[in-house]
Design a protein around this ligand. Structure first.
Ligand SMILES: C[S@@+](CC[C@H](N)C(=O)[O-])C[C@H]1O[C@@H](n2cnc3c(N)ncnc32)[C@H](O)[C@@H]1O
Ligand code: SF4
Length: 393
């Protein structure tokens, strides 16, 4: 059997274990978003969903017992639509099923409507210790164009409430919006940094297939920045954030050193995590073999599956060595710290191609640091997909 098609026996680092929990509902669907999020006009039976989450946590823990949980992330959808008691029930189930590290990071995504902000204190009491707020823009016209349900004032108030309640908080902005100039974005980013503490997520608008924005884009009614302007906006982002002590530690994520989101590092460093809830992905090592899991995406179908069989898993693939190595490249090269080529070699059963490395180095897309780590340069980041494809080939 070829090394590349053998299930991967080389477990990745076990130093971290994350639990991701997906709440799949939103008040309305933003026209740019292709996340697994659904709008329901009837009331959602949170108690029944909580029982589903608890059951799936128990089943997953039985497959991957004894891990020490180092991070939990409640994502969505809009988890801040959940009652604090539901969040508490999920966190209790996790700590009943696995030992939880004393310094476990417990992050939750929140939308900044005023109703949701009133629940922030309850989330902290339930055990959340880090909030990630979806601000997206700091002016009303842009928020309206993005189809958001909150005003800029509400967003600023939500940030202030988060600051008063949580030691750690972050917020997301979407830039490279239609008609946005570098001068406008620079001003908005400086305003954001003044409101930020230790972490900011700054995403370039992506036009995702199947979204209303994609329809408008295809009809020529929505024009995102072209490549050159996108690049200019990206470079400006790096420059301003670095000047303010918030360098990028990942292509879209900025933090003061030491304040990185530990849960997201689990994904990008190729560590192990459980995926709970509709449409959640996991990476679990069973008998030394890394499994990629995914659950049913449709919330009610997921719930029925969990109620009858204990989990909502629809995909459970043992990854081959080459799949695991490719994933390590794809995820690890997003990070400013880059990857360890020796670890790639151990996973793939072969080293990276020195000739390809040399070409990418000459082009200025990658560097090899003194400690041997291979990382993408700032000028290489906008070409990340091509760099990964080249190295993985
Ligand atoms: C899964 S969403 C959930 C956050 C939360 N529901 C909210 O909207 O505030 C996480 C983040 O992804 C980003 N995002 C979603 N769709 C995007 C797109 N098409 N382009 C760029 N960023 C996007 C937004 O910044 C959003 O806050
Ligand atoms: S961006 Fe957030 S609120 Fe909007 S549809 Fe996506 S998950 Fe829901």
């Amino acid at each position: 059997m070829l090394a590349g098609v053998r299930p991967a026996m080389t477990a990745l680092s076990q130093s971290a274990f994350g639990v991701y929990v997906h709440w799949p509902f939103c008040l309305s669907k933003c026209p740019y978003c292709d996340f697994n999020s659904h709008v329901r006009h009837a009331e959602i039976d949170e108690e029944r969903f909580l029982r589903g989450f608890v059951r799936e946590i128990e089943t997953t823990a039985a497959r991957a017992p004894g891990r020490v949980v180092s991070s939990i992330f409640l994502g969505g959808g809009t988890p801040s639509l959940m009652q604090p008691a539901t969040v508490g029930g999920i966190l209790d189930a996790i700590s009943r099923c696995w030992p939880v590290a004393a310094d476990c990071e417990v992050s939750m995504e929140a939308n900044p409507t005023s109703v949701e902000a009133t629940r922030f204190l309850g989330y902290r009491a339930a055990g959340v210790n880090r909030l990630s707020i979806g601000v997206q823009a700091l002016d009303d016209a842009s928020l309206q164009a993005l189809g958001r349900m909150h005003s800029a004032q509400e967003a600023r108030e939500a940030i202030a409430i988060a600051r008063a309640i949580f030691q750690r908080y972050s917020f997301d902005l979407i830039y490279a919006r239609p008609d946005q100039t570098p001068a406008q974005w620079g001003d908005e980013l400086r305003l954001a940094i003044a409101e930020a503490a230790e972490h900011l997520s700054l995403y370039q608008l992506t036009i995702e297939q199947g979204t209303p924005f994609y329809g408008l884009y295809s009809a020529g009614k929505l024009t995102p920045p072209d490549e050159a302007l996108g690049r200019e906006l990206y470079d400006l982002t790096q420059e301003i954030c670095a000047q303010h002590g918030l360098p990028a530690y990942e292509i879209s994520n900025h933090a003061r050193p030491g304040a990185e989101c530990r849960h997201n590092l689990v994904y990008w460093r190729g560590q192990e995590y459980a995926g709970i809830g509709p449409g959640a992905h996991g990476r679990i090592d069973i008998d030394g073999i890394r499994h990629a899991t995914a659950t049913e995406r449709r919330p009610e179908a997921w719930l029925m599956r969990v109620e009858t069989s204990g989990d909502g898993v629809t995909t459970d693939d043992a990854l081959t060595r080459s799949e695991l190595a490719d994933e390590y490249l794809l995820m690890g090269l997003r990070l400013a710290e880059g990857i360890d080529p020796l670890r790639y070699q151990a996973l793939a059963g072969r080293p990276l191609d020195p000739a390809r490395i040399a070409v990418l180095r000459d082009e200025g897309a990658i560097v090899i640091d003194a400690d041997g780590r291979l990382r993408v340069t700032q000028s290489g980041f906008p070409l990340l997909d091509a760099v990964v494809a080249d190295l993985a080939a």
